[in-house]
Design a protein around this ligand. Structure first.
Ligand code: FAD
Ligand code: SIN
Length: 528
């Protein structure tokens, strides 16, 4: 039941796989994915990956755009790190066989998205993430020092708590020794002991009723660290993408990339009027928080469920060439984007907060690193600049390897960790209640903790969630563990953290907008 590795990687998106590909030069790696390897947010990325490539772009401009989108809440050191290290990491991706579009002269064909002052998005048509995910998996399969565990679900990270010690958030030197992991084919729970563990568990979209994220996005890493008493930051900053395709019932919601607005598409109300200039001089290309709030306002004041995105004025051949998947998807639903307006509405898309890490991707728990969407590096601040997350994931995964190899020689496996104890547990009588509780969490979060918030809504969400929390913890204590039950626990923890951090922030900033405190405070005025 016990497996031992130098590095344990939990997650098979860009953060997890790129870490594994580098760490395997220094030791044996186990890489876990709770689903198939290619089921990740990474595989869904459309627009591309932001990096400074050619003049007139510059590090200074990319840094300024990131800070501006982040609304005064970014960590400058993290911003400088990601943007300055991006070109080197892009070269690494190219060396792994990832193909970005180029023009006839062989220069990269760069796209532009909201909040970017220059064309700087490297992309592979309109399905960049799929191209990256496939190339990473090909490379992963060729590495002998990496053992891949598909359909293995990490339940808990192991700490002194599992040795019977009392661990609180004030315990100095909490240490991570690996994880308890459920093999979903055999239902056995294995102990994976590691010298170093990386959490790369991705997003939290499943906490909301509509999201662009696939169903694996249940915030497991964040919930595990929260239960292990590690530090979680900035959870109130949930990003809603302004332009998800309006097609009720489809999950995940299909994204209409922001790059299409960089290409010239404009937002219109249902009566065909442009409205974004009422809200921001950058119009349809303002940063995401501003555009999503503007659309939300237009929809609410008019009683509409969607607005339109119009790209009909652009050359039809060029549109099909740049956005072939969006063209195909919309056509299947009867919308020819070269002739018809596209119905769109804002949808949960990304989380800026997560497991707090330093510039070396170290979490507050020793021997535990985090990278990618589950982490909070300080790069995005209160609102992520489009296409800054894939690059953040690979830069911080690289930082984690570089830091971990300095210390790994001093770590040993903690062989005192006991096997998972499931004595006295039985199968839950009514599985249907787990599904029902899941739906309730999504409804609570979408109704009360969306784009526009208030104290009343947040408090109501919290009291509804408390009931679900008590019921679920009780069920967990007496039940045989299943992935469904663990994911329910995790989405409840994530929802709790979002509400708690939102209630704490007595101002509006970036993605957190509350009618009770509509203004942004000055730095000195804000107290947590
Ligand atoms: P993911 O790619 O989500 O991978 C997480 C992995 O963790 C999955 O393999 C999952 O199975 C595994 N996992 C989770 N929990 C467990 C567990 N308990 N046990 C075992 N395994 C587990 N960003 C950009 O920069 N540019 C874009 O153009 C862009 N477009 C996007 C479009 C869409 C539709 C979406 C959804 C996101 C987009 N993003 C984009 C955001 C970006 O894709 C993600 O932030 C990024 O890919 C996250 O990578 P990751 O490695 O952190 O996590
Ligand atoms: C998009 O293509 O619009 C998504 C880009 C991102 O989320 O960074």
């Amino acid at each position: 039941m016990t497996r031992k590795f130098d590095f344990l990687v939990i997650g098979s998106g860009i953060a997890g796989i790129s870490f594994a590909l580098k760490a395997c030069r220094y030791g044996k790696v186990a890489l876990l994915s709770k689903s198939s390897l290619d089921n990740s947010n990474t595989a869904y990325a459309q627009g591309g990956i932001a990096a400074v490539t050619y003049s007139p772009d510059s590090f200074e401009k990319h840094i300024a755009d990131t800070l501006n989108a982040g609304d005064g809440h970014c960590d400058l050191a993290a911003v400088e790190k990601v943007i300055k290290e991006a070109p080197e990491q892009i070269d690494e991706l190219l060396s792994w066989g990832i193909d970005f579009d180029r023009d006839e002269k062989g220069k990269f064909d760069l796209h532009k998205e909201g909040g970017h002052s220059e064309f700087r998005i490297l992309h592979h048509k309109d399905n960049t993430g799929f191209e990256i995910q496939q190339a990473l998996i090909r490379k992963l399969r060729s590495e002998k020092n990496i053992e891949v565990f598909e359909n293995y679900f990490a339940i808990e990270i192991l700490t002194q708590h599992h040795l019977g010690e009392v661990v609180t958030m004030h315990t100095p030197n909490i240490e991570c020794y690996g994880a308890y992991v459920l093999n979903q084919e055999t239902n056995h729970i294995h102990t994976f002991l590691s010298k170093v563990t990386l959490l790369a568990t991705g997003g939290i979209g499943s906490v909301y009723a509509t999201t662009t994220n696939p169903d694996v996005a249940t915030g497991d890493g964040i919930a595990m660290v929260h239960r292990a008493r590690g530090v979680i930051s900035d959870m109130e900053f949930v990003q809603f993408h302004p332009t998800a395709l309006y097609h009720p019932g489809e999950r995940p919601t299909f994204l209409i990339t922001e790059a299409i607005r960089g290409y010239g598409a404009v937002l219109r109300t249902q009566d065909g009027r442009e409205f974004m200039h009422k809200y921001d001089e950058r119009g349809s290309l303002a940063p995401r928080d501003i555009v999503a709030r503007a659309i939300d306002n237009e929809m609410k004041t008019r009683g509409h469920d969607y607005v339109f995105l119009d790209v009909t004025h652009k050359d039809a051949k060029e549109t099909k060439k740049h956005f072939p998947n969006i063209y195909k998807k919309c056509l299947e639903l009867g919308v020819d984007i070269t002739k018809d307006y596209i119905p769109v509405s804002p949808t949960q898309h990304y989380l800026c907060g997560g497991i707090a890490v330093d510039l070396n991707a170290r979490s507050s728990i020793n021997r535990l690193y985090a990278a990618g969407e589950c982490s909070c590096t300080g790069l995005h601040g209160a609102n992520r600049l489009a296409s800054n997350s894939l690059i953040e994931a690979i830069v911080y995964a690289d930082a984690a390897v570089k830091d971990a190899v300095k210390y790994i020689g001093t770590y040993t496996w903690n062989e005192l960790i006991p096997d998972w104890d499931d004595e006295g547990t039985k199968l839950p009588e009514e599985m249907v209640l787990i599904t029902q509780s899941f739906r309730e969490v999504e409804q609570i979060m979408s109704t009360y903790v969306g784009i526009v918030r208030s104290n009343l809504r947040l408090k109501r969400a919290m009291s509804r969630l408390e009931i679900l929390f008590k019921e679920t913890e009780d069920l967990f204590d007496r039940s045989v563990v299943s992935r469904e039950l663990c994911e329910l626990r995790n989405v409840i923890s994530v929802a709790y953290l979002i509400i708690k951090h939102a209630l704490r922030r007595k101002e509006s900033r970036g993605l957190h907008y509350t009618v009770d405190y509509p203004k942004r405070m000055n730095r000195g005025e804000y107290r947590e």
